[in-house]
Design a protein around this ligand. Sequence first.
Ligand code: ADE
Length: 238
Amino acid sequence: MPPLNPLRIDILTLFPEMYAPILGTSIPKRAAEKGLVSYHLTDLRPFGEGVHQSIDDKPFGGGPGMVFMCGPMFAAVNHVESQLPQTPPRRIILTPGGKPLTQQTVRELSMLPRLLLIAGHYEGFDQRIIDGLKPQEISIGDYVLSGGELPAMVLIDAIVRLIPGALGASDGAEDESFTDGLLEHPQYTRPREFKGMAVPEVLLSGDHRKIAKWRHDKRLEVTHTRRPDLLPPASPAQ
Ligand code: ADE
């Protein structure tokens, strides 16, 4: 039976057609089919102004690029939110200037009843969109993409797979990277030896305590080497 309260994800975008291949494949698709989540795409263009349905304009003060205008964005947000006024969404804007996305944020968002993702394209947003709508600003990394569509899809994928029931029993999300702040340990499967490279003996030992310790040690080692920033600061020697 589908859950009583599936997560509703509304998406405001100038390119709704970009989402179909991602939301219609793999876990995001299966989660929707199981009734765990629903996706609602709204095209921003019809909220544009004038004969050309403009959504952006030149920046005051000059400079390159275009700026997404307040009018179309406020109208679109109002339109989407009034479709289900009893459940106001967490508003989220995808922007390279936002707070970097972490698994902790993903976990928190996966527990909310409704999200409204706002993706701009090419242009920045008029600051009054941020000040007036007070969205959570999220970046998916320190690089600039041509729009917020791919970041919105990254966020959706990361969120949806955490909804209970979205992953199969054999591919649970419990002991993967970041769940407890550490990266994942190395994994091996058949064959026991490949091109002279052997699977670590301990994994074949059947000793579950030893295996658990080996895995934990490896997680610490990998995290220490690649992402020391994830580890708590070492406590001073007594
Ligand atoms: N829009 C463009 N680049 C982005 C990024 N890195 N994260 C979120 N939104 C973006």
